[in-house]
Design a protein around this ligand. Structure first.
Ligand code: DON
Length: 308
């Protein structure tokens, strides 16, 4: 990874041992029943270098529900396909509120604070739907291509579970539609959003899929998805907004752009070096994996690899 043949296997083993006491603490997401049933004792971590070589520890090959981690990839695709007019419909400031909060939208004319809270992600998916005609399938194909794993798939049980308990997301989408900030019919938009959130991937898949952000916008096949400047912008929004109302604490502890999901996964990027993914389903009160944040904290502390 840094030319000096670092012992990544040893590093990962050490991180896993360091965070072992935390594995199983926190609670798996309870508001989506299909996620509440996942064994909280899972832990996996993977590091992908710029050439796509992946090292891992623990459950790093076990697929789990990527959930909000997919919001990064959806944002990248919407920017790549539609350009930065997206930013007229969604902001780039941390919300300081829970990921599914409604409170700021009314005062801010239906424009969500950022693309990673649920309201902002719904706007991004809406844009991608307008641009492609099939937002969730576009995203799935992209994730299969970047991870190199054709088996990356939607999880129908999780999507159905989200649908059944989707009143909050439906409220967000309808409310933004009342401000003219949603272009597609809300039921179709919600379908794509729930399918998007249900995508199941392993740490190995996610670390590889995140590499285009470490490669300053270049995809696995060498083609360009984002300009260097756009890749910087996406990384910056991940740093400031990727872990919701805990983004300050995440930047303080980890010091990397990162995006979490309520499945217990987190993707983090070291621009110009590597991408990481970690998974452990026990969440803290802000919806971020307890052992996952701790593992990334150990990674940057032990290696000194941070954006700061
Ligand atoms: O919208 C939801 O409720 C979920 N499908 C995604 C939420 C999520 O992962 C937020 N993250 N920490």
């Amino acid at each position: 990874m840094d030319g000096g043949a670092p012992d990544l296997a040893g590093l990962l083993e050490r991180i896993a041992a360091d965070v072992a006491p935390l594995i199983g603490s926190g609670t798996p997401a309870e508001y989506i029943p299909a996620l509440a049933e996942v064994d909280p004792r899972h832990f996996g971590m993977a590091i992908a270098d710029l050439d796509g070589n992946v090292h891992g520890v623990g459950d790093w090959r076990v697929p789990f529900s990527a959930q909000s981690i997919t919001k990064v990839f959806a944002l990248a695709l919407a920017l790549a396909e539609g350009g930065d007019s997206l930013w007229r419909r969604v902001g780039r400031e941390p919300s300081g509120n829970p990921f599914n909060s409604l409170v700021q939208l009314e005062h801010e004319n239906g424009i969500p604070r950022n693309p990673f809270i649920n309201a902002g992600a719904l706007v991004v998916t809406d844009r991608l739907q307008t641009l492609t005609g099939d937002a969730s399938s576009e995203l799935l194909e992209f994730l299969r291509a970047e991870s190199g794993n054709p088996d990356v798939s939607f999880d129908a049980e999780v999507a159905a579970s989200e649908h059944e308990h989707g009143d909050r997301n439906a409220a967000l989408a309808h409310f933004m539609a009342s401000y003219g900030n949603i272009d597609n019919p809300v039921p179709a938009l919600l379908d794509h959003y729930f399918w998007q959130c249900s995508i199941a991937m392993s740490c190995a898949d996610l670390a590889r899929a995140g590499l285009f952000l470490a490669r300053h916008g270049l995809r696995a096949d060498g083609s360009r998805l984002l300009t260097r400047s756009e890749a910087k912008q996406v990384n910056a929004v991940m740093l400031t907004c990727g872990t919701y109302d805990a983004a300050g604490e995440f930047a303080y502890r980890v010091g990397l752009p990162g995006k979490s999901g309520v499945g217990g996964g987190i993707v983090a990027v070291v621009p110009g070096r590597c991408a990481l993914a970690v998974w452990s389903p026990g969440l803290d009160s802000r919806g971020n994996s307890v052992a996952g944040v701790a593992a990334l904290d150990r990674f940057t502390t032990l290696t000194g690899l941070s954006v700061f």
